[in-house]
Design a protein around this ligand. Structure first.
Ligand code: TLP
Length: 348
């Protein structure tokens, strides 16, 4: 049987035996009545881990981000985010459709916005212009290849937000990858944001769900929007139980995924692939198909024939994501396949 290595995303991770056990045994109740002790425990653990007052269990990262936007802004506000941010790029124009906000994209350096660029995008109070209602940061930045904000960069944006009294939301789908990579505790990263959304179902390997954390007043508001969007779940403790295991036992091992990504990135660079190693800070490797007689979707199809599943986030960009369940031997296999394909498709 051919080996299959699925590097399309860390969302493909499967629950661990400990998660399955916890799900089987979970104590549950109707969470819309706030009677599910496991959901409540997960929300409290998530909030405490990120140093916030309260948490809200949501179905997905997308729901967490959108509920946050709804709770922070009013119709007609403008939301500043990075030009390739997930909330802008991959959430089906929900900011426009749900919050009724418009986006002000700001180009970052490898996905990381600096305070000066954010300052330039803040609207003056003017009868013609929208209010800047929210600054949204993505950490790690997905389309930039898993890059992390520095504490200094975050502090500068926080100071700016305070100066203008604008809330900051962090799309921290992979905030624990940022914490492990930078050696800064997740709560210290989260300190710079009023609200943070983080995913349990990516590198942490839970089957479903994200947490939105922030002040109690903010979470009370967000809970109503979650209900409006149909995200009020009933005996959700069954899935929250896996989320508890994810938060308690799956964070530190992310370092292994980062080491694998680094190994893969360096091997690809050695083979001559166009990879910007400065972006390979966590568990994502993106390379361009420069110098190849094949575009990214075709290369992804070719890789699939060889048992390697990858993504194409652009016509000339291929994405590989390392995660739980992918071992060193898998990485060596992927490098072998890419070495072979490089010979087949290189132009010189
Ligand atoms: N990202 C997915 C796809 O949607 C692209 C992936 O495979 O990487 N914020 C960030 C930064 C994300 O990367 C994602 C998911 C989300 C939010 C949304 O999370 P879900 O998929 O749970 O709605």
């Amino acid at each position: 049987m051919m080996r299959v290595v699925d590097l399309r995303s860390d969302t493909v991770t499967m629950p661990t035996p400990a998660m399955r056990q916890a799900m089987f045994q979970a104590e549950v109740g109707d969470d819309v009545y706030r009677e599910d002790p496991t959901v409540t425990a997960l929300e409290e653990l998530g909030a405490a881990t990120l140093g916030k007052e309260a948490g809200l269990y949501v179905t997905s990262g997308t729901m967490g981000n959108q509920v946050a936007a709804l709770a922070h802004t009013k119709k007609g506000d403008e939301i500043i985010c990075e030009a390739e941010a997930h909330i802008y790029y991959y959430e089906v124009a929900a900011l426009a459709c749900l919050a009724g906000a418009q986006v002000r994209p700001v180009a970052g350096d490898r996905g990381i916005m600096n305070a000066a660029a954010v300052r330039a995008a803040i609207r003056p109070r003017d009868v013609h212009q929208p209010d800047t209602g929210l600054i949204c940061l993505e950490n790690t930045h997905n389309r930039a290849g898993g890059t992390c904000y520095s504490q200094e960069g975050l502090a500068a944006i926080r100071a700016l937000a305070d100066e203008y009294n604008i809330p900051v939301h962090m799309d921290g789908a992979r905030i624990f990858n940022a914490a492990v990579a930078t050696g800064v505790a997740a709560r210290d990263i989260a300190r710079h944001a009023d609200s943070v959304q983080f995913c349990l179902s990516k590198g942490l390997a839970a089957p479903v769900g994200s947490l939105l954390v922030g002040s109690r007043a903010f979470i009370d508001k967000a809970r109503r929007f979650r209900k409006m969007l149909g995200g009020g779940m009933r005996q959700a403790g069954f899935i929250a139980a896996a989320g508890m295991v994810a938060l308690q036992s799956m964070v530190d091992r992310l370092a292994e995924d980062h080491a694998h990504a680094r190994l893969l990135g360096e091997a690809l660079a050695d083979l001559g692939y166009a990879v910007d190693l400065a972006t390979v800070q966590t568990n994502i490797v993106i390379f361009a198909t420069d110098g190849l007689k094949i575009d990214a979707p075709a290369l992804v199809a070719r890789l699939k024939d060889e048992g390697v599943k990858a993504g194409a986030p652009g016509a000339r960009r291929v994405r590989l994501v390392t995660h739980f369940g992918v071992g060193r031997a898998d990485i060596d296999y992927v490098v072998g396949v890419l070495a072979k394909l490089r010979k087949e498709y290189q132009t010189v």
